[in-house]
Every structure is written in C-alpha cells, then in structure tokens.
Design a protein around this ligand. Structure first.
Ligand SMILES: [Zn+2]
Length: 231
C-alpha cells in the first residue's frame, strides 16, 4: 500500500534481489562442480597447501556472502511489512533462493480493511484517468483536467481514510516530516545530502507532497493542495 493517503500506486521494486539471487545460484552451482572435480577422491588429510588455501578462502567467502544476504533480506522484509526473523533465517539457510523469492513479493498490508478502501479509490482513479487520457483534447486542457482529477480523487481517498480511522477509534492523519537523506551517486561514488519527506515512517525522496504530489517546502504547516498536515 506504501502510502494510504495517496492515489498514486507506488509498488515496491526489489527485482534487483531476484537478479542477484539468480547470479548467486549460478555461482554456487559452478563452485559446487569445481569443488567436486578438484577435491573428488582426495583424502582431506592429504590436501596440498594450495588446495587447503582455496577451500578456506571459499569457506570465508561463503560466510561473508551469507551475512550480506541476511542483512539485505532483513531490510527488504522490514520494508515489505513482513516478519524479519523468519526471512533472516530463510536467507541464512538458502541465500540465493531467498533473494529470488523476496524480489517478487509485494508489500503486505498492515490493515486489510484499509487496504481494500485504498485499492478501490486507486482503481476508480486509474479508470477515470485512462478514459480522460484517451479522450481527444488539446494537451493543455488535458493536463489541467488530469490535475483536477488527481486532486478530486486525493480528496476523496483522504476523507475515506479519515472516516476509516474514525470508525476504528484511532483517528489519525499522516505525520509528514522533512528529513535529510544521504544519497550516493553511483556513477561518481559521491555522497550528497538532500531533503526528503517521511510519511508515517516511510521515506519519500522528493520535496513533493507524498499524498498528492504538489510541491511543498519545509516552512509549510500543511500541503497547500490536499491539506495533509506537515509537521
Ligand atoms: Zn498534498
């Protein structure tokens, strides 16, 4: 669900984990075959120095890879709202399989009743957006209408979310905070700091309102467009 206050669907992309999982699986098959050919029919007490070093290096590398995968999978599991401990154990036992599987998973809803409400609002928005985009209109007018459509659906979604929380007697609106995030530029390896917004504990790496996409600044107390509270 990512952000229950927004009509935009932002599904999580962990396909990188799946790719690395397949690479790891291929690497371990190659290593297994290499191991079998090199050490087959060799008495473990009769290994040459080179063979001993290679087997120790492989053992250390395997342990390091497992630790890295466990940390990575735990982070992904936390982001997906899934049990961290069970995923960590899975990763420790079968690192490559675990990476392949977790890369396909989507976020688990914290609250299924709320998820239903949000999904319905998003589906309605998506249908109307599709119909509007297909209509033949001048570009400028279309842009304005799309903006208005998003504003209207955001308002509707937020009132439904408010209503849901009121019924649940845990009325709350999102807590939006401005935070500093460090980002690494992969090309140059440089780390830069920039502002991001955090809504109910989830970080969004833009200075746009996480609920409606309107541009916001740190001194604002509420989003000028959808009026979500910024603290
Ligand atoms: Zn907004």
């Amino acid at each position: 669900m990512r952000n229950p206050y927004s009509v935009s669907i932002e599904s999580v992309d962990n396909s990188k984990a799946t790719k690395v999982g397949f690479l790891l699986l291929a690497a371990s098959i190659v290593l297994y075959l290499f191991d079998k050919n090199t050490f087959a029919n060799t008495n473990p007490f009769n290994l040459t120095l080179a063979q001993t070093l290679v087997s120790w290096a492989l053992l250390v590398a395997t342990i390091i890879v497992r630790i890295v995968v466990v940390v990575w999978v735990s982070n992904i599991a936390a982001g997906l709202n899934r049990g961290i401990l069970s995923w960590a154990i899975f990763a420790l036992a079968f690192p490559s399989i675990c990476l392949i599987v977790i890369g396909f998973l989507d976020e688990k809803a914290g609250d299924e009743a709320l998820q239903k409400i949000v999904d319905k609002c998003r589906a309605n928005y998506a249908i109307e957006k599709y119909v509007l985009t297909k209509s033949e209109q001048p570009k400028n007018e279309l842009k304005e209408q799309l903006k208005e459509l998003k504003r209207r659906h955001t308002e509707l979604l937020q009132s439904k979310v408010k209503e849901f929380y009121a019924e649940e007697e845990k009325w709350q609106m999102a807590k939006v905070e401005f935070i500093e995030v460090a980002e690494t530029d992969l090309a140059s390896g440089k780390v830069s700091k920039r502002k991001a917004v955090k809504i109910d504990g989830v970080t969004y790496s833009t200075d746009k309102c996480p609920a409606c996409g309107h541009r916001i600044t740190e001194d604002m107390e509420a989003c000028p467009d959808c009026e979500i509270a910024l603290k």
